[in-house]
Design a protein around this ligand. Structure first.
Ligand code: SF4
Length: 329
């Protein structure tokens, strides 16, 4: 719950207004996992809170560890479902990739999660629990909303969770530590950009409309040119960063013709492109691009004024594709 929501709850219960601040302190600064541990609340308040609320801390039921140090956690949610989060340690960074839905409605053809259908939205509490309940919480430098689900399709929970992470009454993180991804749902993106300062990552994957549509059904309702038109209305020269995710599929979107179309599409937009090596899985009818093809694509973009990096593949031995572990469960 955000401070506003806690204030509403306190008002409804007849608690003093400052109790909401005390609750924030216990929940987000001290991160207690029982209401009984909130020792500056009266006994009666704690008893009443225990009747109407719960902290919602759920520990992961499984952790797979990669030889490169990446860890994949499995959490039970919504009665009989599972979601996963991935902890990615790096030299000076420790990133957690969190899920926001059980399954996903977007149906991207290359994605294992997308093939599982949609089974429900996570609450802000379910999202924050993925951070608070792992032993590495204190090490985290960054959070990316790039796990299972489409953030703009569960935006209230995303905005509440990012508010808890960034507000003074919450964890007080800089919004620069948080990146939220989307396939490009325009109304959600607009609200996100107006109400949050966190970074945005748009899954682009193909600059040719018909080809993108064949991979990503969202292209039909929200074509890429309209997504880019919206993004051009915002200022990206400051602290907030705009990036585009581009997974390289052999023979599909990885030649220099696509690179050229991508450069044209992004002209004048202050942004960067992250290339991603596709992790093959039996569920997806695509193959990984050759390393030289990826290098040529990256060089083309950089030579033509688009900052382009290749994201290191992490945890491949435990992670054939996002959503696989939760899918098995
Ligand atoms: Fe959903 Fe993301 Fe998978 Fe597309 S890639 S189906 S938006 S989880």
């Amino acid at each position: 719950m955000t401070l506003d929501q806690l204030q509403e709850l306190c008002a409804a219960e007849g608690f003093p207004r400052f109790t909401a601040k005390q609750l924030c302190d216990w929940l987000y600064k001290k991160r207690v996992d029982t209401i009984d541990a909130m020792t500056n609340l009266s006994k009666a308040q704690r008893a009443r809170l225990s009747e109407i609320a719960h902290i919602g801390r759920e520990h992961p039921v499984r952790c797979q560890v990669s030889k490169d140090g990446t860890k994949k956690y499995l959490f039970p949610v919504l009665d009989s479902h599972f979601i996963e989060s991935v902890f990615i340690p790096d030299d000076d960074r420790a990133t957690l990739c969190v899920s926001c839905q059980v399954g996903c409605k977007m149906g991207c053809r290359f994605c294992v999660t997308g093939q599982q259908g949609f089974h429900g939205n996570l609450s802000a509490g379910d999202i924050l629990n993925q951070l608070f309940s792992i032993p590495e919480f204190e090490q985290l430098t960054n959070v990316v909303f790039m796990g299972m689900g489409e953030p703009m399709d569960n935006l209230d929970a995303i905005l509440a969770a990012t508010q808890v992470l960034t507000a003074d009454w919450g964890l007080g993180w800089s919004p620069k530590r948080i990146t939220v991804s989307t396939v490009g749902i325009i109304p959600g993106m607009k609200r996100f950009l107006d109400e949050s300062q966190c970074h945005l990552a748009v899954s682009l994957h193909n600059p040719v409309p018909q080809e993108r549509l064949a991979m990503m059904p969202v292209q039909k309702a929200f074509p890429l040119n309209q997504v880019l038109a919206l993004l051009r209305q915002y200022d990206w020269s400051g602290q907030r960063r705009l990036s585009f995710e581009y997974t390289m599929f052999r023979g599909e979107n990885d030649d220099l013709e696509h690179a050229q179309k991508l450069v044209e599409a992004l002209k004048g937009l202050d942004c960067r492109v992250n290339l991603i090596r596709f992790h093959e899985s039996p569920e997806a009818p695509f193959h990984t691009s050759m390393p030289t093809t990826i290098k040529n694509f990256q060089d083309y973009l950089n030579r033509h004024g688009v900052i382009c990096t290749l994201r290191a593949s992490r945890g491949q031995d435990i992670d054939a594709a996002c959503g696989l572990l939760a899918g098995k469960e």
